[in-house]
Design a protein around this ligand. Structure first.
Ligand code: SF4
Ligand code: SF4
Ligand code: SF4
Length: 222
């Protein structure tokens, strides 16, 4: 039997599908495999999030609340990416996380070499020639840290490191991009947000209702 046929049979078999479903999915990008774009690693965070989800026993919750067979689309989904390129697609899952570095301007003398301006895909860096220093637009910056790596003098450096968090994204018939929780969050703060989201989800979701359908604003859980 070909791999495709075997897979199709597994999906079509009602009992088989039930066995494959674990109630949640935690996906990471390839940052942990050495991607040069990685800004902040999500590898440990992904493991810790999985531990929290296991403790909340989402599979039992789904089995108790969903009428009929459990399907893959009932699963609670978390996706983590190590940089704003977002290869694991955190914007379209229940909880999305992006590793981030906040760039800052330090006292080391700037040579106005423009390396930071050229490397920034967001046009977020400008050079203040009069005061001989870079200016970073907080509205445009996506916290990728490329300007820091490109700066030869150390004028640009890490002011903070953490994670962006977005909630309530989905695809399907009525897609919606996840809503961002403002700010850069520490490892522990992200775990706290995940925990609150799971509690909220379990208290509100009925018959397999997705997190995105019961969440209208991030303020409901933060
Ligand atoms: S999200 Fe960024 S770090 Fe992760 S695989 Fe994609 S480019 Fe690399
Ligand atoms: S961190 Fe990335 S997006 Fe932000 S200013 Fe630097 S290069 Fe641009
Ligand atoms: S901040 Fe660094 S990279 Fe940017 S112009 Fe100054 S020395 Fe060059």
């Amino acid at each position: 039997m070909s791999d495709v046929t075997e897979l199709k049979q597994k999906f079509l078999s009602k009992g088989g599908m039930e066995k494959e479903i674990k109630g949640y999915e935690v996906t990471t990008c390839f940052g942990g495999a050495g991607c040069p774009n990685a800004a902040n690693s999500c590898t440990q965070l992904a493991k810790d999030i999985e531990t929290i989800i296991e403790k909340e026993n989402i599979l039992s919750f789904l089995k108790e609340t969903v009428k009929g067979d459990l399907k893959f689309h009932h699963e609670f989904r978390v996706a983590l990416s190590d940089c704003p390129n977002a290869c694991s697609r955190p914007q379209i899952v229940d909880i999305g996380i992006i590793g981030a570095v906040l760039p800052g301007v330090f006292d080391e003398a700037c040579t106005l070499c423009s390396a930071c301006v050229e490397v920034c895909d967001e046009n977020a860096v400008m050079l203040d020639e009069e005061n001989v220093k870079p200016i970073i637009s907080s509205h445009q910056c996506l916290y990728c840290a490329k300007c820091i790596s490109a700066c030869p003098t150390g004028t640009l450096g890490e002011k903070g490191k953490g994670f962006r968090v977005m909630l309530g994204g989905r695809l399907g018939r009525h897609p919606r991009l996840a809503m961002e929780v403002p700010g850069l969050h520490t490892h522990d703060a992200v775990l706290s947000i995940v925990h609150k989201c799971l509690k909220f989800y379990k208290s509100k979701s009925k018959n397999g209702q997705r997190f995105s359908y019961i969440l209208s604003s991030v303020d409901q859980v933060i």
